[in-house]
Design a protein around this ligand. Structure first.
Ligand code: S3P
Length: 423
């Protein structure tokens, strides 16, 4: 995809429904005690993999429109082992959360993924699920994984997460629905809490105390109507573009503003960005609003481990903003970036360098020396990673000579309409 530089970006847009919540809506819908309607579903390759997965497990999903579904829940223990392995494609959220649910079912379930997903760590969910009494096998720590449940109640555990990961937390909480007693997860740093919010709405007993979150077993999940706000992570490329391209003013409407997801806004403000939020409201039990960003001169900043989970998927875009900000910017304590859809420390640093940035990798992050000027441009390789494909495109609009994004089709994973909205 060739992306030409633009003099400025001006406009009002909306983005598709949140991917994290869309996965959870279909998965929780599948084990609810009846029909769950979903509006604002964020359709993408990832979330279609989740629809296909629950269908393979015997759940009927009616698609009324691209963004409207009904999931006919089969109840907590109603999932049936398919003859074939379940293909999670590129979706880490699907594989890890589904494993937690399957631990409470009866039967043998095999989960597979594409080459990228098969390179990502899976012992991080297998280990706690085994402690709860499920049989979980990984392939040398990776997918394919096999989950075998007896259908009997799992053991309730109290588990200190070794890594700040919402996917791991969610897998344990979902398995906790099937436990004998209350299950507790203690997080090193707070991560996104969409699972907790949704399960609470469906009638589960969720307790939060500081860094700990507990869930009690349930007899049934109440079927609820789920409305999904726009995906902050899909809004982020446009917000960063508006911040770095002089003369820009962009508003993204109806976007999710869960504080555990919007760390990028605080970071951009610290850098001097002009950000306003209008029409604050609640969409489906999640904070939401309209976000406006107006371009301004930026200065560098530092991001430490405690802040990382609130913008983990936006750190590639932060790197680009930092290239345009005066002075040095640093990201530390973000080793998790190495086990995302690509090694995002290497792919971001290599990609931005090739188009003219002064950035270097560290073990657990990167350092950027920024100047308030356009990057040169050139060829940007997406490495099959959707967030990289969007990063390359935004780097292109903000560049002097334009950028050819190689592997641009990776945007299909989370945001098929990305280029159309950018255009
Ligand atoms: C997600 C959690 C994050 C994030 C991923 C989606 C989720 O991963 O990077 O894109 O939906 O729970 P980790 O929880 O593993 O950090």
């Amino acid at each position: 995809m060739r992306v030409e530089p633009v003099p400025e970006l001006v406009g009002h847009i909306a983005v598709p429904g949140d991917k994290s919540i869309s996965h959870r809506a279909v998965l929780v819908g599948a084990i609810s005690a009846g029909a769950v309607t979903v509006e604002g579903f964020g359709r993408s390759a990832d979330t279609e993999a989740t629809i296909a997965a629950v269908r393979a497990l015997g759940v009927e999903v009616i698609e009324h429109d691209v963004d409207a579904l009904t999931v006919l829940g089969v109840g907590l223990r109603g999932l049936r082992p398919p003859a074939e392995p379940i293909d999670c494609r590129n979706a880490g959220t699907l594989m890890r959360l589904l494993a937690g649910i399957l631990a409470g079912q009866r039967g043998r379930f095999e989960l597979r993924g594409d080459a990228s997903l098969s390179a990502r760590p899976m012992e991080r969910i297998a280990e706690p699920l085994r402690r709860m009494g499920a049989r979980v096998e990984t392939t040398d720590g990776h997918a394919p994984i096999v989950v075998e449940g007896s259908g009997k109640p799992l053991a309730a555990i109290s588990y200190e997460l070794p890594v700040a990961s919402s996917q791991v937390k969610s897998a344990i909480l979902l398995a906790g629905l099937y436990a004998e007693d209350e299950t507790t997860v203690v997080e090193p740093v707070p991560t996104r809490d969409h699972t907790e919010r949704l399960l609470e709405r469906a009638g589960a007993r969720v307790r939060r105390r500081g860094r700990a979150v507990s869930i009690g077993p349930v007899r049934r999940l109440r079927p609820v109507a789920i409305e999904i706000p726009g995906d902050f992570s899909s809004a982020a490329p446009f917000l960063v573009a508006a911040a770095i391209v002089p003369g820009s003013r962009v508003t993204v409407h109806g976007v999710g503003l869960n504080p555990r997801r919007t760390g990028l806004l605080g970071v951009l403000e610290r850098m001097g960005a002009r950000i306003a939020i209008y029409n604050r409201r609640s969409i489906g039990g999640e904070p939401a609003g309209d976000v406006e960003v107006v371009s301004s001169e930026l200065v560098g900043t530092t991001i430490d481990a405690e802040e990382v989970p609130t913008l983990v998927d936006e750190l590639p875009l932060f790197a680009l903003a930092a290239c345009h900000a005066r002075g040095e910017s640093v990201v530390r304590g973000a080793g998790e970036l190495r086990v995302k859809e690509s090694d995002r420390i290497e792919t971001v640093v290599d990609g931005l360098r090739r188009v003219g940035a002064r950035i270097r990798a560290t073990d657990d992050g990167f350092r950027v020396l920024g100047v308030p000027a356009r990057l040169r441009g050139g060829v940007f390789e997406a490495h099959g990673d959707h967030r990289l494909a969007m990063l390359g495109a935004i780097a292109g609009v903000a560049s002097r000579e334009g950028i050819d994004v190689a592997g641009a089709e990776a945007v299909e994973v989370s945001f098929p309409g990305f280029y159309a909205i950018l255009a």
